[in-house]
Design a protein around this ligand. Sequence first.
Ligand code: ADP
Length: 371
Amino acid sequence: MVSPDDIREALTHVIDPELHTDIVDLGMVGDITVDGGSVVVGIALTIASCPMRGQIEADVERRVVALRGVDSVTIRMSVMSQEQRSTLMERARMRARETATPTAVSPSTRVIAVSSGKGGVGKSSLSVNLALAISEQGHSVGLLDADIWGFSAPRMLGANEMRLGANEDRKIVPTEARGIHLVSTGLLIDDEETALMWRGLMLSKAVEQFLNDVAWPTDLGYLVIDMPPGTGDVQMALARLLPQAEMVVVTTPQIAAQKVAARVADMARRSHMPIIGVIENMAGFTTEDGSRYDIFGAGGGASLADDLGVELLGSIPIDPDVASGGDSGDPVVIVKPEGPAAIAITSAADRIVEILPPLQLDSCIGRLATL
Ligand code: ADP
């Protein structure tokens, strides 16, 4: 059974977007009661009209529901006293001085880790196209290709020939490809053979460097991470370094859902990473005359979502334009927005943005100052 301590620990991953510190440390988490699978969490806000209220509430809910043994969560909102508020501000200031940006990714950036239980399911194609679809909505979007050995994002974005630069502070500057701020080992080295040579040397630390030594734009709204397949060290390192990361799981209709579910759920639990939902890829092929063929079976996405207790964010059909666009650097959501895959990917991206709205920074602190 889940304990109040487990819940408190999970809530250390909810970052107040403005104060850049976790809500437990800030003293915003009050009483926690557990009755079987029902959890009640008290959250004290700085001010009642806090514009972050909905976001904090949704983040708390996702973190708690992600814990094993939790069926439902009720959040009791209250408002801090003047004294609690000054303690909180003091704490936040102290933290800001102490931690001086643990990674170069702003805590107000929404981080979407696109994962899969196994390779070849279209994780990279979806990462690239989801990043573009979110960017099309007007958000500033980064793409971190954390698939260090199997990088493919540069090719898919037509950025094969590009290389990462550096600024005067000797930080890596992401390459801009189709409006996306892209970082990938593919932009550092010339071919995959060189990648193999570097293996075990500096590349093992590449992911940490990509988070610490990259000058990500300060106004980055979303960072999409193309995770390596499986559930190994890199995944855990990312979860540790980016406490705000949330996971989208990609699967195909035929993959034995339960096997993937067990693996993914285990990783999500160990890393306290909430799962936003599942995207089913390579679901059916519809011919020009409208006949549909479920080439890779049907229903795998829905049953994985069901097993994980999350929603199915979308079902992306097999569309030859995804494959050809990926090879030629012409992503389907940009080049063929009217095609079946592009429509489905764009709608999944819309749903993700609905679940993880951009974090607003003009907010409680500004209002606190006027109290
Ligand atoms: P992963 O990152 O999971 O290894 P990729 O994104 O590299 O998978 O996709 C594997 C192959 O499948 C690529 O050749 C890609 O172009 C193709 N592909 C992915 N999704 C689709 C789709 N919906 N329709 C057609 N081809 C697809």
